[in-house]
Design a protein around this ligand. Structure first.
Ligand SMILES: [Zn+2]
Length: 474
């Protein structure tokens, strides 16, 4: 256990030269790699660098050890002697996806609630191009902390994990995996304990009160950790005033536009109609954006999981069915089969409204990132992150903006934009190579061939094959 940690320290302090030596890789990881040379040159590749700049054709990216060493036009960028050269004509490279709402659990009607997917999800995230996740509410923080350590030590396959504490839920009938906090001191006790155990984010949940949320945020900040939330009982502006760092899901969890809303309580039913009638350009909505921007509160887009409420929009992704265990596969297939004749008109209009809300938030200067919420139904790890990209483009973002939302913006929210989130010399070599060009055909985001994490190239097809029929079980 000690040696890989020591090796990692040496690598980071000695920079390129030592980082470029042949690395010792665990047999488990070796079995799913396709590229592991100390120096690699990606040539003739179309590049989307994650900053929002326009895609560039015929680029070369030099990877040395764990880092990106050079980026430039092919022919003008020197390839170090001995480098493994990959001719990537007809391919596109973009930064590893940073999924901010990327749980480590899945619930299915057939399999029961909130089960950890410690085997399938880390592989599935990586195979779909997701190289960093924040778990955004945990049902077992110790398992996540230990998995993170095994991945950091080079012993297990998976993305870089930002571990979240258990959900901070208010009193009432919440999911069984959550402790309902009984007051501000209880909220502080939970935050203190888990921050000391090593989690770096918390997520507050739907029934929390303003007093408990405020206490949790204050305690978290004292410990140098941050708080996001999936809200309902508290509105966005109230949470901003309490000092929250990030807000999940966007429009359809913001209860502050409901006329009948009581303090510290979710609004009465009929929320779908409220969003349907909402004017995104109204002063009420613009005030939310202004307060979020002023206090640097970012928002996490989760359009793919929203879309699962509109089964008439698109047929279910066959890759999702292939990944699920038979019971869950049948349940999801039946949901979409029944959905073909469902009346989901209002849900569809609300999805469009949520897209408009996100576009307007960015236009107002807001920092928007993304996450898959792979909790349930057809929203599963990795594939839902890819679907987010297609939906962000459909929302009206340029492809380059959509990539930035899913990469550099996520890195900014996590405070690690100096290390990951874009393709530039000196940054960690976390890169996704896809066949085709997602800037022209957004579904090309699904054609992942190789995913580099810290300079090691994972074979997407091998990873995908290894999880077939496993999601929902392990
Ligand atoms: Zn979630």
């Amino acid at each position: 256990m000690r040696r890989p940690l020591l090796a990692a320290l040496l690598l980071s302090s000695a920079g390129y030269s030592l980082g470029a030596q042949q690395r010792t890789v665990s047999p488990q990881i070796q079995s799913v790699l396709s590229v592991s040379a100390p120096v690699v040159a990606l040539t003739h590749v179309r590049l989307v660098d994650g900053t929002g700049e326009r895609a560039r054709d015929d680029q070369t990216v030099i990877i040395e050890g764990e880092l990106i060493r050079a980026v430039g036009k092919t022919g003008e960028t020197s390839v170090p002697p001995g480098a493994q050269v990959l001719d990537l004509s007809g391919h596109t490279v973009f930064p590893g996806i940073i999924g901010l709402h990327d749980h480590m659990y899945y619930s299915s009607a057939a399999g029961g609630g909130m089960k950890l997917m410690l085997y399938s999800y880390p592989r599935l995230f990586l195979s779909a191009g997701v190289t960093t996740i924040r778990t955004a509410g945990s049902v077992d923080s110790y398992q996540e902390l230990n998995l993170k350590k095994a991945i950091d030590d080079g012993l297990a396959i998976g993305p870089d994990i930002v571990v979240t504490g258990p959900y901070l839920q208010g009193p009432g009938q919440g999911p069984g995996a959550m402790h309902p906090v009984s007051g501000p001191e209880d909220a502080r006790r939970m935050v203190r304990y888990w921050a000391e155990e090593g989690v770096t984010w918390f997520k507050a949940y739907t029934l929390i009160s303003r007093a408990d949320l405020g206490a949790a945020i204050d305690e978290a900040h004292k410990h140098g950790v941050k708080v996001t939330a999936h809200l309902c009982s508290v509105g966005f502006r109230e949470a901003v005033a309490l000092g929250i760092d990030n807000l999940e899901h966007g429009l359809l969890t913001n209860s502050e536009y409901h006329s009948g809303k009581q303090p510290d309580a979710c609004p009465p039913s009929g929320s779908a109609a409220t969003y349907d009638a909402l004017d995104i350009n109204s002063q009420d909505v613009q005030r939310t954006f202004q307060e979020m921007v002023k206090r640097n509160v970012s928002m996490t887009s989760t359009l793919a999981v929203y879309e699962t409420g509109s089964p008439t929009r698109v047929p279910v992704d066959q890759r999702v069915l292939d990944a699920l265990f038979p019971g869950a596969r049948d349940a999801v297939a039946q949901y979409y089969e029944r959905g073909r004749t469902a009346n989901d008109t209002v849900a569809r209009r609300n999805l469009r409204k949520a897209m408009d809300f996100e576009r307007a938030f960015v236009k107002a200067g807001g920092l928007l990132a993304a996450g898959s919420d792979p909790c349930c139904a057809s929203a599963i790890a990795g594939y839902a992150d890819q679907r987010n990209y297609e939906l962000l483009v459909e929302a009206g973002f340029t492809p380059e903006e959509a990539i930035r939302i899913m990469t550099l913006n996520g890195a900014k929210v996590l405070g690690r934009a100096d290390r990951v989130g874009s393709i530039a010399p000196g940054k960690q070599a976390d890169l996704v190579i896809v066949r085709g060009d997602p800037t022209r055909q957004s579904s090309d985001i699904r054609n992942v061939v190789t995913v580099f994490r810290k300079g090691l190239g994972y074979d997407a097809a091998k990873l995908t094959a290894s999880i077939a029929g496993q999601v929902g079980i392990r």
